[in-house]
Ligand binder design. Sequence first.
Ligand code: ADP
Ligand code: MG
Length: 628
Amino acid sequence: MPNDTATPASQHSFQAEVSRLLHLMVHSVYTEKDIFLRELISNASDACDKLRYEAIASPDLMGEDTRLAIRIGIDKEKRTLTVADNGIGMSEAELIDNLGTIARSGTRQFLDRLASDPAGGSGLIGQFGVGFYSAFMVADRIDVASRRAGQDAAFHWSSDGANGFEVRPATAEETVGLGRGTRVTLQLKSDAHAYLDGWDIERIVKTYSDHILFPVEMAGEDGEPRQLNAASALWQRSKSEVTPEVYAEAYRGLAHQGGEPALTIHYKAEGRQSYAVLLFVPGERPFDLFDAERKGRVKLYVRRVYITDEAELLPSYLRFVRGVVDSEDVPLNISREMLQNNPQVAQIRKALTGRTVGELETLAEKDPERFGQIWETFGAVIKEGLYEDFERRDQLLKLARFRSTTGDGWRSLAEYVADMKPGQTDIFYLAGDNLDRLKASPQLEAALARGVEVLLLADPVDSFWTTRGAKFEGKGLKSLTQGEADLSPIPYLDGQAPSEETADASALLAALKAGLGDAVSDVKASKRLVNSPVCLVAPGAGPDLALERLLKHREQGIGLKPVLEVNTGHPLLKAIAGKVANGRGDEVADLAAMLLDQARILDGEPPLEPHKFAERLSRYLTAGLTGA
Ligand code: ADP
Ligand code: MG
C-alpha cells in the first residue's frame, strides 16, 4: 500500500566504485549524452523480460496487466523526463542494492580503462554502456518509484548523484498511475532541456532502441500514446529489411559494446527444430574475455520470451560471440538448470557452433583482411578449440593463422605446407611468450639457414594444443626446442652451410657438463646452431621448453632440466676447447656457467644466479679490456 505517514527514510552512501563512476557522469563532458535514454530503456526492457520469465512459473505476477510496455513522459513545466515500465519492479532491498551499493561487473574495468587512458575517457562511456548512472549526465536529480511484481508496497529512491541516496516508502502522489514496475524521473539539468522536445526523444529512441522487443510509447500532443519503435524482434525479421545501422545498434545493445560488429550472422533454422539466430563477432575484445570462467553470453529466447544468457549456446572458445537464439521448440517452462541437459539445446549448440565456424571460414576466403582482424582480436581464444573440440580440430586448424619467420603477416597452415622445402616432412614451430624474442631465437638458425619457415607461437595456449598430436594434411607439428627436431635431411641454402666440424668435441662437452653439474640434463654438440654459440632445448620426448616453463609457473612442471646445445664450430667454443686441452679445467666451470646463463637470457629467463653472472661478466670484460 502507498504510505502517506511520515515513515523515516533511510540514507545510504554509494559504493566506492559507483561513487567514482557518478562523479564522472556528473562532470561529464561527453557530447553524446543521448545514450542515457538507451540505458534507461534497456533497463526497462530487461525488467519486462524478467517479469515475463518469472510469470511462466507464477502467472499471478503478471495478473491482468499483460501488455508489457515502456512509456516515456515529458513534463515541460516541471522540466522532467520519465521512463516507466510495467516490468518486474524493485523491492526496497533491490532499490538499495541495484541502484547504489552493488557495482555492475564492468564498472571496475571501465574505471581501470579510464585511469589508463584519461584522454579517451569520454569515448569510453559510449563504448562500455555504463548503465543507469549515465542518466546523471543530463539530470541533477533522479527519482525512482518502484513496485515489485506480487508486492503491495511501493518504494521511492532519490539522489542528486553526489551525496548518496535515500530510500523510503513511496507516497500516494508518487505512485499515481504506477501499478507494477518502475518509473524513473529525471529532473533535467539546465543545459539538457532539449530532452523536453518530443521529436528529439522520438529520434533518439529510433536511433538507439528500435530493436527493443517491447513497445516504447510516448504521449503525443493529443495525449494518446504513440509507439516510437518497431518493437519486433530484429532476429525474426528478414535480412533484407535490416540496415547495417540497425544491426550495429542492436549489436551495441546486445553486446554492451561500442563500435561496429566485425561479423554479423543472421539466419533462421527450419527442420528438426526451428529457431532464429542473430549473432555478432565483436569488433573489440569484451573486457571479460580472459576471465577464468570463460563464459559465453549468447541469450536464449523461447518464442520471444527471454530465458537466460547462461545456456552456453556456444563452446568456450567462441565465448566472444554475442547475440540471440530464439527457439520455437524448447519448452517455455524449462528451468534454467535443466537447460544444461536438454537435448534440443544440445542440438542447437552443435548446429550453432558449426555455423559460426563455417561463417568464419567463408569470411577467411572472401575477405581475408577482415578475417585477419578477427583473428588478431580473438585468435588466441579460438585456438583453445584446437585442444578442446576434437571433432572440429581439422576445421579449426584450417582457420587458424600464425605469425612466422616468413614476413610480418598472418600465415595459414595451407600456405605453410605449400611452401615446404624438399626433404621437409614436418611443420616446425617455436613457442614462447614474446614474438620479438622468438624472432631472435638461436634455435631458429638451422631452419633459417635452410630456408625453412618456422611458426612463431606467442600465446600461452599454443604450448598446449601443439602437444595433442595435431596434423595438417598429414604433417605433424615439431617444436624447435625439442631435442628430436631434426632438420638435417633438408639441404642448406647456398652458402649457408656451416664449415664441417671434424675435431673431436667429446672432451669439451664432458668438461662443460662436469662444470654445470645438474643444472642441465646434458650438453650436446648442436645441429641447429649456425651463428650463435649456445642454445637450450628440451630433452628427448618430454614437453618442449615453452610448455615446461608454463607448467613450472603453475607449479605443475615435471622438473625436466634442459639440454645445453653448443655450436662447436663457434670461435668461443673453440677457445674454450683450447682451455680444456691445456688442462685449464678450473676456468671451464665458470665459462660453462656463463654459456648457460647466456642461453637462458635469450629464452627470456634470468641467469641462474644473477649476482654470480654479473661478477663473472665483469671479470671477463675487465680481462678482455685490459688484456690481463
Ligand atoms: P545493468 O542493466 O547492466 O545491470 P544498470 O546500471 O543499467 O546495470 O542497472 C543496474 C540494476 O538496476 C539492474 O541490473 C537492475 O537490477 C536494476 N534496474 C535498473 N532499472 C530497472 C528497472 N526499470 N526495473 C527493474 N530493475 C531495474
Ligand atoms: Mg542497464
